[in-house]
Design a protein around this ligand. Sequence first.
Ligand SMILES: Cc1cc2nc3c(=O)[nH]c(=O)nc-3n(C[C@H](O)[C@H](O)[C@H](O)COP(=O)(O)OP(=O)(O)OC[C@H]3O[C@@H](n4cnc5c(N)ncnc54)[C@H](O)[C@@H]3O)c2cc1C
Length: 436
Amino acid sequence: MKLIDTVRTGTAEPLPSSLYAAETTEELRRPLRENRDAEVVIIGAGILGLSTALALAERGVTPLVLEANSAGWGASGRNGGQVNSGLKHSPDKVARDLGAEAVRFAYGAPRAVKDLVARLNLDCDYVNGGGYRAARDRPGCRDAEALVAECIRHGIPAEFHGARRMSEATGTDRYSGALFDPEAGQLNPLKYSLSLARAARAAGAMIFEDSPVTQARATSEGWELTTPRARVRAGRILVATNGYSGGVLPRLRRSVLPIFSTVVATSPLPQALRERILAAREVLYETSLVTVYYRIDAAGRLVFGGRGGQCPASGVGSARSLCGLAEEIWPALRGQGWAYGWNGRLALTVDHSPGLHALAGPGLACVGFNGRGVALSTALGPQLAEALIDDRPEAVPLPLTPMQPVPFQRFWPTGVSIALGWHQVKQQLSFGRARL
Ligand SMILES: Cc1cc2nc3c(=O)[nH]c(=O)nc-3n(C[C@H](O)[C@H](O)[C@H](O)COP(=O)(O)OP(=O)(O)OC[C@H]3O[C@@H](n4cnc5c(N)ncnc54)[C@H](O)[C@@H]3O)c2cc1C
């Protein structure tokens, strides 16, 4: 019998204020009030937990989902809304490190979102406009060209777009080139998460919100999970708590860097600006150390994400430097009005690949999407469902690895702030040099 300690994350918190929260009406939350038995329990109702719950329910297993706050409350309901493919590393390296199946899986992940949205008619403003992985300097541009060639060798659709095409597509001369991925897309992530929750419930899943798991004990029959009002006996569990992993599994929490990313959104832009910036509703992210990512949403707003403070924050006032960066890129944005600012925690891993881990009892944990979780966690749902039903982790196209603690993880807010500050200084120095 193994006792695992209690959770230390926020619970029963309202949806953080954001563009997405403003566009959505949250449904009444239903906490778990009586003891239950379940074959499979999922901890965390983000895209990963919900996609797995949906797949389990569609395969005739009734999962019970326990969520500390509400469906989509974590990164899933507040991200940049980009549906991107692949992992951080190139297909050759992914094939070497994780296997050829991982390459097929990671690059096919946006298709899983597109198919699911179409099959269940999910209301989430999904568009398959393609996406750029954009470089700002010559070495980055050469890397993009090499990556396109590598993708094509692996049978992955990709195109190289040079500086002129990028300038036409983005309305700025910031980019020297980019990989264009025609499979990429965009969606409203909170609408997507809530649609997934509705679809999972309709298929038979039981989702309980404001129901944090405060203790998880592996027993001879599976697990005993404690929530504030009731206990659940589970045959097996999936831990899907990503950047919000708390003290229930301390080793899991230490295996990721839960860094904050910040997003700001303008008011709907005038038509002339919409025609200049990603007019085909493509998405874009930059390949520099600190990523900048953006898209134009269904209402014509610029949704622009990047670095920010390393503590929970909301409101445009908390993200002034990000608004300033966007106005530096497109001076015509000045005076258009910034309407929303918010942030959330994503989970980075040491090797930049998602971690699939065995637990002290039957079940799995899957965390660490490194800012690419919208497509990856959607695509992982059916695979995790198979693995949980058959007790066969091999069904997941990622290797099962031990939980590796991130060195000095306890000091991450200070470390990340120093790294971001240093990066900003370096950028300003090179900007200054470029103007001399
Ligand atoms: C600002 C931001 C921008 C991003 N932009 C993009 C993007 O454009 N494209 C992309 O692909 N990815 C992006 N990401 C990453 C992406 O959002 C995540 O990878 C993905 O949503 C992960 O989903 P998840 O289900 O694993 O975790 P989450 O959505 O974080 O869900 C974890 C859930 O677990 C719950 N929980 C924690 N502890 C407990 C407990 N003890 N008991 C019960 N419940 C618990 C939390 O309340 C939370 O709801 C971004 C992330 C952020 C923060």
